[in-house]
Design a protein around this ligand. Structure first.
Ligand code: PEP
Ligand code: MN
Length: 270
């Protein structure tokens, strides 16, 4: 731990406290596409035991012609979904200029709790990390897919310097395995205990690491078996029609099955 920078082992987000004794499950679509899509998905994941609703509105896409999200309108829909389910929301921001806009939307929605996500591709964008840290909002920091543990800890220090608490998310790294075409990223589950040892709560993203829905459930269970403090999982009412990351999105039924299994392994892992 860097001298002088305090890391926070529990994170307060609205009425809930994220702690190591209860898994924190985030579920929702990769990207907010419409009111119906986000509201129905939020309701479903909430019913199945999710603790927060995810949804991207400002998407970083590898190709410029890919769908890049609804922007602020999406944030507003996500906050409405959070209000309806009474759950915090999680959404990525990609530029400093979005910060005041997000804060305004939070105020417009009765200060509904929101966790700011910093995506893998921005996890070494130090001016952005610094600026987000100054908001005091909880931050979900994704590990950069080419970043070491040490670099991830440094990224977190940029955020905590400003005062925001940080929850780290492992989401897989780029290795030879991804080059072989078996999956987009390699689950680096060892980072979970390593980052926890540094005083962090760490959650696991089986969606972006596998890139395919048929591997999400088993990879989710593997992460929990490794001691993860929770999961962030993509879910879509009609994955085949999703505008982003459809191949990895769980259907509602698949999400229900996964959540039921997670409940069962929780008692075994205790
Ligand atoms: C996401 O969570 O939608 C996302 C783009 O994740 P990552 O930054 O890990 O690729
Ligand atoms: Mn996604």
């Amino acid at each position: 731990m860097t001298a002088g920078i305090e890391r926070i082992p529990s994170i307060i987000c609205g009425d809930i406290t994220i702690k190591s004794d209860q898994p924190f499950y985030i579920g929702g679509p990769c990207t907010i596409e419409s009111e119906t899509q986000i509201l129905t998905t939020a309701e479903h994941v909430a019913e199945q035991g999710a603790n927060a609703i995810r949804g991207g509105a400002f998407k970083i896409r590898t190709h410029p012609e890919s769908y890049r999200g609804l922007g602020l309108k999406g944030i507003s829909l996500l906050l409405r979904a959070g209000q309806l389910t009474n759950l915090p929301v999680v959404t990525e921001i990609t530029t400093e200029s979005q910060i005041p806009q997000i804060i305004q939307e939070i105020e417009n929605h009765n200060n509904h709790p929101l966790i700011v996500q910093i995506g893998s591709r921005n996890s070494q964008n130090t001016p952005l990390l610094n600026a987000v840290g100054k908001t005091g909002l909880p931050v979900l920091l994704k590990r950069g897919f080419g970043n070491t543990i040490k670099e991830t800890l440094s990224a977190s220090d940029y955020i905590t310097q400003g005062g925001s608490p940080v929850l780290i998310c492992e989401r897989g790294i780029r290795t030879w395995s991804s080059e072989s075409g078996v999956g987009r990223f390699t689950p680096d589950l060892f980072s979970i205990p390593l980052l926890q040892k540094e005083g962090f709560l760490v959650i696991w993203d089986p969606s972006h690491s596998t890139g395919r829905s048929d591997w999400v459930e088993s990879t989710a269970l593997a992460g929990m078996a490794m001691g993860s403090n929770g999961l962030i999982v993509e879910v879509h009412p009609q994955p085949e029609k999703a505008l982003c990351d459809g191949a990895q999105a769980l259907t509602f039924n698949q999400y229900s099955t996964m959540m039921a299994k997670l409940k069962q392994i929780k008692t075994i892992l205790k």
